[in-house]
Design a protein around this ligand. Structure first.
Ligand code: NAG
Length: 348
């Protein structure tokens, strides 16, 4: 019995070390085992900063799940650079800081299980239509690139060779074809921080939950700019140094939004109450270090769920119950709740 256990254990160890033995010089490969009796394992390969002249594709172990290829001066991504046995199983891929200027249309097409893609700190200003199509991408980081505009068509599925953009809002969606499901409906988190966007990109028809547009030269946000992003929970619009105006009803349609970050927008001086209309789920509003120093008194009527507002340098306001006015019979106590701030004289 003991011999059998010893044999079993040594077999397990052999499997693990052989995977690591195939590791490309300069890379680090780790096998992580988990589950009952370590029945599941996944391989993580770190090939960061291999130095100039590293030939792509880098061979990686079979069944690699996570691959870090950041800081390798890859340049334009060709169709051949991300191919080979271990690539088809990748779940996450880090291509940040690689001077990537272009992605050829099929460069990513073999990565059919890819959920997380980091393309930050490159020099991309466009993506070929449908270059992410067919990938089950949930989380895409395109921060610190050169996009002046961005179109959600890149996530759409090729049909008859051409990209389609799909607006699935106002539908009671029961089923969609599998390819459409894989191509469009997974993307949940998108960062376009620190690009050159001058307006809010059109992102309709996608179940985004997290969107970051920080540090872009957006000067105006227009009515309906975020329409159809009904699943969005967190919206970050911080550090928009050109932002002067948010039009009323700009956030209309963001029915699930819980966190809105408008901090570090120094040219934004006023907000009309109607700016906040439609934000029925908003819990946290951050206006710290923005040009807005006071808030319209009736804005709370638009924000039934608000719990905290941050204003100016250090003003923090919380929702509290007005004492002594709670009527159990009246049920909803919204009109008895007030925002209390850590500074005197702020009244909502
Ligand atoms: C508000 O934004 C500022 C600046 O980005 C940040 O430091 C602070 O933690 C935020 N506050 C909250 C409550 O999220």
């Amino acid at each position: 019995m003991a011999l059998l256990v010893w044999l079993g254990l040594s077999l397990l160890v052999a499997v693990q070390s052989s995977a690591v033995k195939n590791c490309h010089p300069g890379c680090r490969c780790e096998v992580e085992s988990f589950g009952l009796f370590d029945s599941f394992s996944l391989t993580r390969v770190d090939c960061r900063g291999l130095g100039p002249g590293a030939a792509m594709p880098i061979p990686i172990p079979l069944d690699t799940a996570h691959l870090d290829l950041s800081s390798n001066t890859m340049g334009p991504l060709s169709d051949a650079m991300l191919t080979g046995p271990g690539y088809t199983t990748l779940v996450s891929l880090d291509l940040s800081s690689n001077h990537i200027t272009k992605i050829s249309p099929n460069a990513l097409s073999k990565l059919r299980y890819l959920e997380t893609l980091d393309l930050s700190h490159n020099s991309l200003d466009s993506l070929s239509p449908s270059c992410f199509s067919g990938l089950p991408l949930a989380d895409v980081d395109l921060s610190y690139n050169d996009f002046q505009e961005f179109n959600m068509d890149v996530f759409a599925t090729k049909v008859n060779g051409g990209p389609v953009s799909v607006d699935l809002s106002h539908n009671k969606l029961v089923s969609v074809s599998r390819s459409l499901h894989e191509g469009v409906l997974h993307i949940q988190s998108l960062s376009l921080t620190a690009n050159r966007l001058t307006s809010v990109p059109r992102l309709a028809g996608v179940p985004l939950r997290y969107l970051n547009l920080d540090d872009n030269p957006i000067a105006h946000i227009e009515e309906g700019a975020f329409a159809h992003l009904k699943d969005l929970v967190h919206l970050s619009l911080s550090g928009l140094h050109e932002l002067r105006e948010i039009q009323p009803h700009s956030f209309k349609g963001l029915q699930s939004l819980q966190v809105l970050d408008l901090s570090n927008n120094p040219k934004l001086k006023t907000l009309s109450p109607a700016v906040f209309s439609g934000l029925g789920s908003l819990q946290e509003l951050n206006l710290s270090s923005s040009g807005v120093t006071s808030l319209p008194s009736n804005m709370l009527s638009h924000l039934p769920s608000i719990k905290s507002i941050t204003l100016g340098q250090s003003i923090q306001c919380w929702r509290t119950q007005k004492q002594g006015q709670f009527h159990r019979q009246l049920g909803q106590v919204q009109h008895n709740e007030v925002l209390n701030c850590n500074v005197e004289g702020i009244v909502f």
